[in-house]
Design a binder for this molecule. Structure first.
Ligand SMILES: [Zn+2]
Length: 87
């Protein structure tokens, strides 16, 4: 009985570890997709995956907000026209 319990516990722990590792791997993948996601350069399916991951992952959500902020500030930067007084 005790042994079965032990197996059950280690099984559960392994499952948890596996999930964490998979999630971490996913994070690296997602982080690479954040920039094209913000630029809306992803296909609908991939964008959906990013969205789903952002819902469940605070770390990537934070990274997304950071990148989004940079993108927004870049876009709101007044358009600097090419210098015209070059002689
Ligand atoms: Zn993540």
């Amino acid at each position: 009985m005790k042994l079965i319990y032990h197996i059950f516990v280690s099984y559960t722990k392994n499952e948890k570890l596996k999930t964490l590792a998979e999630n971490e791997m996913n994070c690296q993948k997602i982080k690479k997709l954040l920039n094209p996601y913000i630029d809306q350069a992803l296909d609908a399916e991939t964008a959906q995956q990013v969205e789903e991951h952002l819902k469940s992952c605070p770390a990537c959500r934070q990274e997304y907000r950071r990148l989004k902020e940079i993108a927004t500030s870049l876009n709101s930067f007044p358009q600097v026209s090419a210098p015209q007084n070059i002689t």
